[in-house]
Write a protein that binds this ligand. Structure first.
Ligand code: ADP
Ligand code: ZN
Length: 733
């Protein structure tokens, strides 16, 4: 007889413990297997944490414990081998503990969907085919707004991959109504164009020095701080090769794999069959295949985004985390983990080396590097010895900077674009806001279109003529008139990337203009094509959001411009300045990376703001010093640590009360160096129509309050009608 200790698939803190079942069958069962269990009235999936052999019978056991056991049957055992090895399980435990997350929640995040311990994903992976969605009937009568949004997407962008269609239920409805249909097409594997094969570069002196340093460093975590265009990628690849030669596994993490096709090509060329590339274009079946290929040791190099940090690489020797400062490394739902923190845990556990690379490291990382907690090496010059781009800051409050042609694009920028077009060089225009207008309101009665689910403003998208909430994805048809008073001349406010594209096309009718933002990015093959075509010179101007600021290498690009640098400054986060600085520095850094020198233009209403001024100069050092002072005064990271507690409820009073009670409880303990702000009404005051409150906890030493907080969270996680979530090291609040 075996006592099987099982975690249920329910990811709540109240249920974050194992439940015992008995098993006496022949079929093999093991720790880290999935099993199907009866839990209350439900049949759910569980994860075997521990097996205990016993000579006792069920009766004896039940007598001893004083309750009756449920038993498992052979067909309840879902796996034939453990889902993950011991070291990954201990990583999962460490992650769960750090993020105050139920363990099962971390396991569900860690494993590919088809291996995830949860009922809804039990269907075994099958096909080597891809499912595509194509249009049958364009008419929209009788459809909901969400359905219309999807129908318009398919109509606009031609066939799209099924998984890019988002919600399965919305798609299902459209299929049912014969608006679209699914067809299968054989999966196109990542192919390598022969003619693109490049040789590995011989490392420059600076690169060589950094490479040596990283190779020889005794520290587990190391920062490689290299200005944009200093050739960090080449250093990574040399390091990877070296570790491979020694029989070690290598993990290369990038912010968004689909936006770095160049890197993918590169790795395929360099590492051939030894590489597994985990991009979001993989089908469930392929994801599973790749997972197995990594776990079996066949793939020795893994390239992927955030979740690849959990790849089951054997004998891991090196982890590289490129563009360390990018916020997409942090998952913005439970368990809210940050790939960098997980990579640090993993490097330490598995005695691997971690290299964090960036031109603009986060303050936390830089501060630790300076203190000697991390190894630290720099590359302060570009590979091509070209100076960093010359940058002009344009003051948008000065009307002299504008002509009759445009209210968005200043004269200095207009002239520069004109000049580049004449020389057949490329231009990048960055505006960190998608859509056409950023808000719509009624000038007669003052009605403002806000999202009913999260209370954020609605953005107008011209492409499909809809209003969208960028926070939660809620959509509405664009109305002909004000829903309150019927007035038809609605006022449009602000502008996004779609609007800038139109402006640029009007101003430069001959130029070939492309757009790149997450609306385009939804359809991944299209995004890849646009980036590749721009790289190949098929477009003159690329307009986009931060997606285009990161990591790309466009050889023909000689002018980068930030159309409105101030957007991020007003956001409710202590990181507003850092984000603004990074975005500008990265955007500027895209320019002039090859033969010709680059230039940059920054348009702003705050021409003297330090984040903007230093960003424009790519003066990381001065920014770091100034911002560290600000953080010290305001007591924000890296001087403190933060935990954000979110409460949500259908009833506003309940939400308030839970947050207040929580605060009182914690305050009563009078912990040293712990402050609590709130309850605050968050920027997005609703969450899926429910009221929200949040508490921000600042602390210096976690051990002081760790246990108490854990208990408190457990207690509050079962307060009726209130949901509580906890975000450790939040980036926003
Ligand atoms: P970073 O990531 O530091 O901004 P990249 O790694 O993208 O910079 O390198 C910038 C450019 O320099 C790329 O086009 C790359 O091919 C080129 N490059 C890198 N190392 C060398 C080298 N040793 N010799 C010549 N060119 C190089
Ligand atoms: Zn919303």
């Amino acid at each position: 007889m075996k006592i099987v200790e099982v975690l249920t698939e329910y990811g709540t803190l109240a249920l974050d413990r194992s439940f015992s079942y008995l098993y006496d069958g022949k079929k093999r069962i093991g720790e880290r297997y999935r099993v199907r269990i009866s839990f209350g009235p439900q049949r759910v999936v569980g994860f075997v944490l521990r097996l205990i052999e016993t000579a006792k019978s069920q009766e004896e056991l039940e007598k001893e414990k004083g309750f009756s056991f449920k038993t498992l049957k052979e067909e309840d055992i879902l796996d034939e081998e453990p889902l993950l090895d011991d070291s990954l399980l201990s990583l999962a435990k460490e992650v769960a503990s750090y993020y105050f997350s139920p363990l099962i929640c971390v396991l569900q995040t860690m494993l590919p969907p088809s291996l995830s311990p949860r009922n809804s994903t039990l269907k075994a992976p099958k096909i080597a085919y891809e499912k595509w969605v194509r249009l049958l009937d364009r008419s929209e009568e009788g459809l909901t707004d969400k359905q219309i949004e999807l129908l318009r997407l398919v109509a606009l962008r031609g066939p799209i991959l099924k998984k890019e269609a988002g919600s399965a239920s919305i798609l299902g409805k459209l299929i049912e109504k014969r608006k679209v249909e699914i067809y299968l097409e054989e999966k196109h594997r990542l192919k390598l164009k022969e003619e693109e094969r490049e040789q590995a570069h011989v490392l420059s002196e600076l690169q060589e020095a950094a490479y040596r340093y990283l190779l020889e460093s005794e520290k587990a975590v190391n920062l490689l701080e290299g200005v944009t265009g200093s050739g960090k990628t080449e250093v990574y690849l040399h390091l990877a090769e070296r570790y491979l030669e020694q029989g070690k596994g290598v993990l290369l993490l990038v912010p968004e794999i689909n936006l770095t096709p160049a890197l993918m090509d590169y790795c395929l060329r360099r590492f051939g069959k030894k590489v597994a590339i985990l991009h979001s274009g993989l089908s469930g079946a392929e994801r599973y295949d790749e997972y197995r290929r990594i776990a079996s040791g066949e793939a020795r190099v893994v390239v992927g985004a955030r979740s690849a940090v959990f790849s089951p690489i054997k004998n891991l020797g090196l982890i590289i985390l490129d563009e360390e400062h990018v916020e997409s490394y942090k998952q913005d739902n439970a368990p809210f983990y940050h790939a960098r923190e997980v990579a640090i845990m993993r490097a330490k556990n598995e005695k691997a080396k971690l290299v964090l690379g960036s031109a603009t490291p986060t303050l936390e990382t830089r501060a630790r590097a300076l203190k000697g907690v991390y190894g630290y090496t720099t590359m302060k010059k570009r590979v091509n010895e070209k100076p960093l781009p010359k940058t002009t800051i344009v003051d948008l409050t000065d009307r002299h900077n504008f002509g009759k042609q445009s209210e968005k694009i200043s004269l200095p920028l207009l002239n520069k674009i004109q000049e580049k077009l004449e020389k057949h060089e490329q231009v990048l225009l960055l505006l960190n806001r998608r859509g056409y207008w950023t808000g719509v309101e009624c000038p007669r009665c003052g009605y403002i279109f806000v999202c009913p689910k999260c209370a954020g403003n609605m953005t107008y998208h011209k492409e499909d003529n809809m209003l969208k909430c960028h926070h939660c994805g809620h959509v509405e048809l664009y109305p002909e008139c004000c829903p309150k008073c019927g007035y038809t001349k609605l006022r449009r406010i602000g502008y996004g990337t779609e609007r800038v594209v139109k402006e640029i096309k009007d101003l430069f009718p001959k130029a070939k203009v492309a757009r790149m933002d997450s609306d385009i990015g939804k359809v991944s093959h299209q995004a890849e094509t646009i980036l590749r075509d721009f790289r190949d010179g098929k477009y003159d101007i690329l307009v986009g959001t931060q997606m285009i600021a990161k990591g790309h290498d466009f050889p023909l690009l000689t002018l980068s411009a930030v159309v409105l640098a101030d957007i991020g400054l007003a956001l409710p986060t202590y990181r507003a300045s850092e984000r603004t600085f990074e975005l500008i520095a990265q955007a500027v850094g895209r320019s002039g990376r090859s033969a010709k020198e680059g230039e940059a233009v920054i348009q702003t209403f705050n021409p003297r703001n330090y984040a903007i001024v230093y960003g424009a100069k790519q003066d990381y050092e001065s920014f770091f010093i100034t911002e560290m002072k600000e953080r010290k005064i305001a007591q924000y990271p890296p001087y403190t640590y933060l935990i954000l507690l979110n409460f949500s409820s259908k009833k506003e009073e309940k939400c308030d009360k839970a947050a207040m009670d929580f605060k009182k409880d914690l305050q009563a303990k009078n912990f040293e160096n712990v402050t609590l702000l709130g309850p605050l009404v968050p920027y997005f005051s609703l969450e899926n129509g429910k009221y929200r409150r949040s508490l921000l906890l600042k602390y210096k030493k976690r051990e002081v309050l760790e246990e108490y907080l854990r208990d408190l969270l457990k207690r509050f996680s079962s307060v009726a009608g209130v949901r509580i979530s906890i975000n450790v090291d939040p980036l926003d609040y």
